[in-house]
Design a protein around this ligand. Structure first.
Ligand SMILES: Nc1ncnc2c1ncn2[C@@H]1O[C@H](COP(=O)(O)OP(=O)(O)OP(=O)(O)O)[C@@H](O)[C@H]1O
Length: 223
């Protein structure tokens, strides 16, 4: 699905933020991207989205149908007097999708009743679900999320992760999710991509739990 070959990236031509990464991400996997602050997780996502160009190496992606949920702060200003419907309609026109995709996407995230609400009136979890609905509208084969649980309470978090897991298992959607919460990463993912200086690597969730010398208590096996 995603083949990252000899990838290096530098913002300033002095230090490589990412150094010689070789990773193959299987189709249908749910990969949590973990690593310390500043290790390069968002940079890697931007390279996969072609928002940045590798300094060297290459990223091959099997599909062009990619949904993206940006980090909360990268997104639109929640103070804008713009409704959920307007935000989704705008995306609908950009992707030239049929009208019914809007309702379907909002239904998927259980937010139909918020269609006419202003974005600034939504809670953190509801706001995040609108962003997920927007990313989901084109029925992407690959869904990329950057710290999706920021500003979201634990009840809404559970709902959002279960939803993403459902997309992954029922639609065979490949998920790439930047994640700071390791127990959550171990619970929902099939794989962990650890971004760390000179040693970025992909593990199965079991391998990663073992490497942490952790018990398998957090792991929920994929059915
Ligand atoms: N536009 C930029 N110009 C220069 N340096 C940058 C730029 N964006 C990020 N960096 C630097 O690149 C490094 C990796 O940043 P990145 O945002 O990818 O890390 P991250 O792992 O996502 O961090 P966090 O967990 O804190 O979100 C950091 O040292 C950061 O300061």
């Amino acid at each position: 699905m995603i083949n990252i070959k000899n990838l290096s990236f530098s913002y300033n031509k002095k230090i490589n933020q990412l150094e010689n990464i070789n990773v193959t991400i299987p189709k249908g996997s749910y990969v949590s991207i973990v690593g310390s602050n500043g290790s390069g997780k968002t940079t890697l996502v931007k390279l996969i989205l072609k928002q940045l160009k590798p300094t060297s190496g290459d990223i091959e992606i099997e599909t062009k149908n990619i949904g993206y949920v940006p980090q909360r702060l990268d997104s639109f200003n929640s103070q804008f007097t713009i409704s959920v419907k307007e935000i989704l309609n705008c995306h609908l026109s950009t992707l030239k999708l049929p009208k019914e995709s809007l309702k379907k996407a909002l239904d998927e995230v259980n937010m139909s009743e918020k269609l006419n609400s202003l974005i600034g009136s939504l809670s953190g979890g509801q706001y995040q679900k609108v962003l997920i609905a927007r990313a989901f509208m084109g029925n992407p084969e690959l869904l990329i999320l950057d710290e999706m649980s920021t500003g979201v309470d634990s009840k809404a978090q559970k709902e959002i992760y279960s939803l993403i897991k459902k997309f992954n298992t029922e639609k065979n959607m490949t998920i790439l999710s930047v994640e700071h919460n390791i127990p959550i990463a171990l619970k929902y993912s099939t794989h962990i991509l650890e971004v760390s200086e000179g040693a970025t690597a992909l593990y199965t969730v079991e391998e990663y739990a073992d490497s942490l010398n952790n018990s398998t208590q957090y792991i929920r096996k994929v059915d």
